[in-house]
Write a protein that binds this ligand. Structure first.
Ligand SMILES: [Zn+2]
Length: 169
């Protein structure tokens, strides 16, 4: 068998095997674009970018930005989370210090814009550390979860695409 036909076979089967996981193909460019953006240097800069990006989406509600200084969310494979606060007005976004850049902020804001964060509302009302406890408990129940199909196939790719292109799907 010639190399070319082997390569073709590998490509074909590669696509077939990975197709149920196609959102991964959106992660790759998202991660690449992220590397082009400098990390946010301090809280003041983070809030400034947050306000700029809120304006672009027309989000008026207050947002409590929780920066995880020791990158605690990475323990769960997360860069950040977002959600609606039920006990007071507005939303919360949590992000690891090392993942704090404009792209990740845009990703989380897009979840808020689309109302995706009604997914698990109770976790967000907890304190910054309380959310970590919540994730630890969740992991005990379901260690390898990719989230619901709607989250994995719709909400995540949509937020990633917005974060790097500004396209609102
Ligand atoms: Zn997300």
């Amino acid at each position: 068998m010639k190399f070319k036909s082997i390569a073709k076979k590998v490509a074909k089967w590669g696509v077939i095997i990975t197709s149920p996981l196609w959102p991964i193909w959106v992660w790759v460019p998202t991660d690449l674009v992220e590397t082009l953006y400098p990390n946010v240097r301090n809280q003041q800069e983070a809030y400034q970018i947050l306000e700029e990006e809120k304006d672009k989406l027309g989000i008026k509600s207050p947002i409590d930005l929780r920066i995880y200084e020791n990158n605690e969310l990475r323990e769960f494979g997360n860069q950040g989370y977002s959600g609606e606060l039920l006990k007071k007005d507005g939303f919360a976004i949590g992000i690891n210090r090392k993942d704090l850049n404009r792209i990740v902020l845009r990703h989380e804001l897009y979840h808020i814009f689309r109302g995706d964060c009604e997914r698990a509302p109770n976790e967000i009302d907890k304190t910054k550390d309380g959310v970590l406890e919540y994730y630890r408990e969740l992991r005990k129940v379901n260690p390898n979860s990719l989230g619901s199909p709607k989250y994995f196939y719709l909400m995540e790719p949509r937020a990633n695409i917005y974060s790097i292109t500004g396209i609102k799907l």
